[in-house]
Design a protein around this ligand. Structure first.
Ligand code: SF4
Ligand code: FES
Length: 371
């Protein structure tokens, strides 16, 4: 087993936005007893000791933590590469300058759309203009700027405008990733899954933009796996290269594994009770789907099992109730009919492109405020 190279620290599930595609868990209230500043610092120290090189600070909205500058400074002193994943709300000039001084290496800014009304509608919050300001601030302080855009049925037709906006912001990189149906995106899947026509249109726009823009801006485009023959090698395999610590200190092999962990009925692997070393090497949740021994057929006898690792455990659990089954996205899965039915429904010409979405619940204040 290799050492992990990446830690995703979900510092808080508090967030001013309420995007319906949010991958945070549905039971947000269960995670309000947040780790203190000292507890997070210990986690970062242990992570560095375990070989972690990249620390992704996320949430919710990580800028909701009053101790964010202190945490970045500590991670920087440990030699970790720090990446802030933010909506941009809460990035004041003062905060940004403090973070720069504390050694923050990189910022990823989430973008919902290029059109103010649509952007604010998807975020369920007036946020479009504040994101523009945040992008300017990030560039002016000399950080590399990556824009994260979650694509779905309601914004994918705007992809050309989104790329124009990214160029205008002088983004170094744009990640256009179709929604993964974890967390709040699960119950919203029917209203988020694009049609085949929408995808073909989006791919053509991306191809043309890449040719036009060249090296000036890197464009990553991630297809929705529902339209693929094979699943993605989710997380490069369960508990293989990276892991997540959620706001209350539970460690998970991937950011969406809350439901899988509950479904297995295993004791939570929490940093409040265990070292990261023990969690990575011994925790039953981390061992459960590591490697290939756990695989059922058809994966067990498939020559792609070391390529895609049977797909996504969280998706298998969400769609079949059993995380040990082959990801239903795979055309060889006995459960593939579930995905085919969803794709057929998405392509029903009578289904609108702006159906009602369930917004992510609002979590405004943590139970235990950061020190
Ligand atoms: Fe991947 Fe399993 Fe499908 Fe083979 S059967 S392609 S290993 S998901
Ligand atoms: Fe959890 Fe794929 S999202 S394993």
């Amino acid at each position: 087993m290799d050492n992990p190279y990446g830690l995703l620290a979900e510092l808080t599930y508090s967030c001013p936005l309420q995007c319906s595609y949010c991958s945070n868990p549905l039971q947000l209230d269960d995670y309000r007893d947040e780790l203190s500043t000292e507890e997070w610092k210990r986690v970062f120290t242990e992570a560095a000791g375990l070989g972690v090189l990249q620390l992704h600070l996320s949430g919710g909205e990580p800028l909701q933590r009053r101790d964010i500058v202190d945490l970045v400074q500590h991670a920087n002193q440990l030699g970790l590469y720090t990446n802030l994943i933010t909506s941009g709300l809460g990035l004041s000039t003062l905060r940004a300058e403090q973070l720069r001084k504390a050694g923050l290496d990189h910022v990823q800014l989430s973008i919902q759309a290029d059109d103010q009304a649509l952007s604010d509608q998807i975020a369920v919050t007036t946020s479009f203009e504040r994101k523009q300001v945040a992008a300017g601030l990030i560039k002016s302080l000399g950080w590399p700027l990556t824009l994260n855009v979650v694509l779905h049925r309601q914004n994918i037709d705007r992809i050309g405008g989104i790329l124009d906006m990214a160029e205008a912001m002088e983004a170094d990189r744009v990640e256009l990733a179709n929604t993964q149906y974890a967390g709040w995106a699960g119950p919203n899947q029917a209203e988020l899954l694009p049609t085949r026509n929408q995808l073909e249109g989006a791919e053509a726009v991306v191809r043309a933009a890449r040719e036009r823009i060249g090296d000036r801006m890197e464009i990553i485009y991630v297809m929705p796996d529902y339209y693929s023959m094979y699943p993605k090698p989710c997380m490069d395999g369960w508990a293989s290269r990276q892991f997540t610590v959620v706001p209350n200190g539970e460690a998970l092999p991937c950011p969406a594994a809350h439901e899988v962990a509950r479904g297995l009925g295993l004791p939570p692997a929490t940093v409040r009770e265990h070292s990261l070393q023990w969690i990575w090497n011994e925790a039953p949740l981390f061992q459960q789907y590591r490697g290939t021994d756990w695989m059922p057929d058809p994966c067990r006898s498939c020559d792609r099992k070391e390529i895609d690792f049977g797909g996504c455990r969280c998706q298998a659990f969400a769609l079949t109730g059993d995380a040990a089954r082959t990801d239903p996205v795979c055309h060889l899965s006995p459960d593939h009919g579930i995905v085919e039915a969803a794709v057929e429904a998405a392509n029903d010409p009578l289904r609108p492109h702006n159906g009602p979405l369930i917004p992510r619940a609002k979590v405004s204040r943590a139970k235990r405020a950061a020190t």
